[in-house]
Ligand binder design. Structure first.
Ligand code: GLY
Length: 303
């Protein structure tokens, strides 16, 4: 599977289900002053998640370029990246949990032919503000997952957003692929970082707006924001063990090897050079290209 085929399949699948395709926005957030970069698909949509009418309707699909530095120390492992492409489908006050989860399941299992046994999902276990998400668990089971494939976690794992201090957010259900490794302990599950479970997609049920004082208010409408990592799903579909084996990285690694010739360089360091090079190329190549400097985006670029 090539990256382009996958992007096309994803967009077509959701267009066939009433979504309109929206182009990727800039890596410099246009509609969200709370972040330096577009760290997720949601930033360009903030006004519409808050209730403004989107000119293309209330079901959208996109492939959004993202830069997310929160995981920078993990880069060089098999799957974590600072720059990635996020495949997203959006409901702006239209469908909610049942339709969103059912479409994700259908895309993964029917369209991409991922065996359902290879999936594990997580749902929000609830707290004193938001109840346990039994509804999502039921929809997963109605679609064909067994109870043993469903894990409940708290706010640290199953709550998404906002990236900045304020904005739309909500509980999510996350979809993991079992890489087939042995469990690292009897408690090993999707929240474990041992590499057995790789997160491939999350569906955020955005119905809250976080306020500056830390409280949550209900949004005017219930939205869905999903994000599937293109590089990760491509790795899995091709039977690779890490993103650097995909066509998105092979040319970069080949060029690096040509440059360093016989000099020894640990694999992890090579991966970091490739990953960061790709990220800064996209930042520089963005319509609103950013150059290295001592402040804000330019400072992150330089670092
Ligand atoms: N869909 C939420 C995210 O950016 O991960």
């Amino acid at each position: 599977m090539k990256a382009d085929e996958l992007r096309k399949m994803y967009v077509e699948f959701f267009c066939e289900r009433g979504h309109k395709e929206v182009a990727s926005a800039s890596l410099l957030p246009e509609n969200d002053p709370t972040v330096l970069f577009t760290t997720a698909g949601m930033h360009p949509f903030v006004p519409y998640l808050l209730g403004e009418k989107h000119p293309q309707g209330n079901r959208l699909v996109d492939v959004q370029k993202c830069v997310r530095t929160g995981d920078i120390d993990e880069v060089g492992d098999d799957t974590h990246l600072t720059f990635f492409e996020m495949l997203g489908n959006w409901s702006l006050g239209d469908y909610f949990k049942r339709e969103s989860i059912s479409m994700s399941y259908e895309f993964l299992v029917t369209k991409l032919n991922i065996p359902k046994e290879k999936l594990a999902v997580t749902v929000f276990e609830g707290d004193d503000i938001v109840p346990r998400d039994e509804e999502s668990a039921k929809v997963w089971m109605d679609n064909g997952l067994s109870e043993s494939q469903i894990y409940y976690y708290g706010r640290e794992d199953n709550w998404w957003g906002p990236s900045g201090k304020t904005g739309p957010c909500g509980p999510d259900t996350e979809i993991f692929y079992d890489m087939g490794k042995e469990k690292c302990s009897p408690n090993c599950g999707p929240s474990c970082n041992c590499g057995k479970y790789v997160e491939i997609w999350n569906n955020v049920f955005m119905q809250y707006n976080k306020q500056i004082d830390g409280s949550y208010t209900e949004l005017k409408q219930k939205n869905v924001d999903t994000g599937m990592g293109l590089e990760r799903i491509l790795t899995i579909l091709n039977g690779y063990t890490n993103v650097y084996e995909t066509e998105l990285f092979v040319p970069v690694m080949t060029r690096l090897n040509e440059i360093i010739k016989d000099r020894k360089m640990p694999l992890r360091e090579k991966r970091i050079v490739c990953e960061h090079t790709r990220a800064i190329c996209f930042i520089l190549g963005d319509d609103k290209h950013i150059i290295p400097s001592n402040n804000e985006q330019g400072y992150r670029w330089r670092r």
